[in-house]
Design a protein around this ligand. Structure first.
Ligand SMILES: Nc1ncnc2c1ncn2[C@@H]1O[C@H](COP(=O)(O)OP(=O)(O)O)[C@@H](O)[C@H]1O
Ligand SMILES: [Mg+2]
Length: 243
């Protein structure tokens, strides 16, 4: 297993946002995290990435206990997160946003010493091309459509060549067509790194995920293949009554 979060608990005051949650993700897997609003999906991603510290439990990444590591060290170990709220720099070019994402990462030093500046340029251009943004490289990020901004953010999260990519609702606010394209863009990434993705769109999830974990009120109510989850009675009940 690449990622093994076990017994994760998180309280905000009286509120139990996560209660004894287990999540295991293997290399080259797209793992969907679904559940009603407020079920703890974003909090779980943050506990994995280190943006929140769990009240209980531990997180193993590539066999190493990273429970106490700050986000920067998790990033260095190969974890990358795209939060629910967009964080592109609107006044910078698309190209510079990706460059910044690389610079924020310690490995840039290695990049600069081991490769030429041109190598870095090739890497950024390839990443932009993978997300259909190569022709928009010089445009300001703020001029991109909402969907393109989401793709730029995913490109930024991938620029550091992570082993695990955490995506929180990347298709929120996208048109149907943009969602379809997002699926097409994400599928080949699985050859490079594992993905944990939070999504509301069940059709999208069904299309791109190998494994699903379902949260409800901070607890895992089901985990398994897409086929298994689709016929799971408690999942159906939650989705019929609460979503
Ligand atoms: N920083 C926080 N402070 C207090 N409560 C929070 C905080 N973050 C999340 N919560 C609460 O924890 C619960 C789970 O939230 P969240 O993980 O964002 O759910 P989801 O992403 O599944 O919609 C919600 O009740 C939410 O209001
Ligand atoms: Mg959320």
């Amino acid at each position: 297993m690449l990622l093994e979060a076990s017994g994760i608990g998180k309280s905000f005051g009286q509120l139990r946002a996560l209660d004894d949650v287990d999540l295991a993700v293997s290399t080259d897997e797209i793992h969907g995290l679904i559940g009603p609003n407020g079920s703890g999906k974003s909090t779980l991603l943050k506990c994995i990435a280190g943006a929140e510290r769990p009240s209980q439990g531990r997180v193993l990444f590539a066999g190493r206990d990273i429970t106490a590591l700050p986000p920067s060290e998790r990033a260095r170990a190969g974890m990358s997160i795209k939060f629910q709220i967009t964080s592109v720099m609107p006044a910078l070019s698309v190209y510079d946003n990706v460059l910044l994402a690389l610079q924020a990462h310690d490995r840039l030093r290695d990049l600069l010493t081991s490769r030429t500046r041109r190598g870095l340029d090739t890497q950024i251009t390839e990443m932009l091309a993978a997300f259909r943004l190569d022709r928009r490289a010089a445009a300001l990020a703020g001029e991109l459509s909402h969907g393109e901004q989401q793709w730029l953010e995913i490109a930024m999260a991938l620029a550091t060549a992570p082993r695990l990519l955490l995506l929180d609702e990347p298709t929120a606010g996208m048109s149907l067509e943009e969602r379809r394209v997002t699926g097409t863009l994400l599928r080949p990434i699985k050859a490079r790194c594992a993905i944990v993705i939070v999504e509301h769109d069940l059709d999208f999830i069904r299309d791109i995920c190998d494994v699903l974990t379902v949260l409800d009120q901070g607890r895992v109510i089901a985990s398994g293949s897409v086929a298994e989850i689709q016929v799971n009675a408690s999942v159906q009940e939650v989705y019929l009554t609460r979503v």
